[in-house]
Unconditional design. Structure first.
Length: 401
């Protein structure tokens, strides 16, 4: 695939049509997973040979990829928690060798690995296999990945081995540049949304006479749901009763159900849903009380739907809601959160202004077409920096579908 030329960059030989392989742990319901699906489908629609490599098991999004004609490859790595140390190690070695062999045979032009386990494994595998462009996709704040010695060493090695790093927010980029000194190889590309996110939706059916506050995120302590429930109780003491709709599931559900019962507030636990758009259409506002966030796909969905939003001022959130596109409050501040919710529910002029500004910005910046064009432009720039190539990179148009 690569040949050397005297006095010039190396020539990239072989097929002229772009091949992009995405790598991630599973196809479970999550922000990074949804973005991989979005890009792989859009690339396939443009005639790009896009494939998705899964470290572990599949998940609900796998069927979406298959329906779009995107091949999915199971690498069959195993986790320590499911099979124990020794079997995970042996399975991991075999799966890593299988991955390197697959990459050498399939010869992708780009291997783009997402989330810690994928780029920790995918970057060295891509290097060994001679993949022309190996990219680490960063979706997670460092405080969530962890600061342990081994984790930090692996993270540092992967970042330095990768040809390029693409975080989803400037906040993540700044963390990586400060921690690993890799600013020279970072390009920020925010997440995107499918066309359906911008279309009007029929509201979901919900029996309540109170204003509806929706929150869409995994029920995990870092997402700050307990502060939203406390804020809801505070609002009720002020005479403003709300119905809180929690979409998502996770380890905190039991604790949150007990908290809601103890506080005597109206909270509806819906679990994971595929009809989030209908619930955004039913809600009066969105509240996102997270304590850490790379960007916030749920905030993007609310912006596209024109739903007024209040969120904590953490991570990449202000990159979405700044400049009068939403209300921002300090994390873990119940009073500030309650005040902001009350303001959006009672000041209808403000709520309308914020939601209109947010939607207009989302239309200009968050569509899947613009997202994929940014990625393809980045791949093209990096390829031409490293190689002399005649690769056909379809920026700006679809060839099918």
């Amino acid at each position: 695939m690569i040949s050397k030329l005297k006095g010039r960059s190396r020539r990239l030989t072989g097929a002229h049509e772009l091949r992009v392989f995405y790598m991630i742990g599973t196809m479970g319901i999550g922000g990074a997973e949804s973005q991989v699906v979005l890009r792989a489908k859009e690339l396939r629609a443009r005639g790009v040979d896009s494939r998705v490599l899964l470290l572990f098991d599949g998940g609900p999004f796998e069927a979406v990829l298959q329906d779009a004609g995107v091949p999915v490859v199971h690498l069959r790595f195993r986790t320590i928690s499911t099979v124990g140390w020794w079997q995970a190690l042996f399975c991991g070695i075999a799966a890593f060798c299988r991955l390197v062999r697959l990459l050498r045979q399939a010869r992708p032009h780009v291997l783009h690995a997402h989330l810690f386990h994928s780029y920790a494994i995918g970057v060295p595998a891509g290097r060994l296999a001679g993949v022309p462009l190996v990219v680490a996709g960063r979706h997670t704040p460092l405080m969530i990945i962890g600061w342990g010695r081994l984790t930090s060493l692996v993270d540092k090695a992967a970042n330095h081995l990768a040809d390029h790093i693409i975080p989803v927010s400037q906040s993540i980029a700044d963390e990586l540049a400060s921690r690993f000194h890799v600013r020279h190889k970072i390009s920020v590309i925010r997440n995107g949304l499918p066309p359906v996110a911008f279309l009007p939706q029929s509201p979901a059916s919900l029996e309540t006479k109170s204003p509806v506050v929706v929150c869409v995120s995994r029920l995990h302590s870092l997402k700050g749901h307990c502060y939203l429930l406390d804020a809801t109780a505070l609002l009720e003491r002020r005479g403003l009763r709300c119905t809180v709709v929690l979409i998502g599931d996770g380890p905190e559900r039991g604790n949150l159900e007990k908290q809601a019962e103890r506080l005597g507030i109206d909270v509806r636990f819906l679990g994971f849903r595929t009809d989030v758009g209908a619930w955004l259409a039913r809600a009066d506002i969105m509240a996102h009380p997270t304590l850490a966030e790379a960007l916030g796909n749920c905030i993007m969905e609310a912006m596209a739907a024109g739903l007024p939003t209040v969120s904590t001022n953490v991570g990449g959130v202000p990159e979405l809601l700044g400049e009068n596109r939403g209300l921002l409050v300090p994390p873990a501040d119940v009073t500030a959160l309650a005040d902001a919710i009350q303001r959006l529910l009672t000041d209808h002029v403000l709520a309308k202004q914020l939601s209109a500004s947010a939607r207009a910005w989302a239309v200009d910046n968050l569509t899947s077409e613009k997202l994929v064009n940014r990625y393809l432009s980045t791949y093209s720039r990096l390829m031409h920096q490293k190689f002399t190539t005649d690769l056909n990179i379809p920026i700006g148009h679809r060839t099918q579908g």
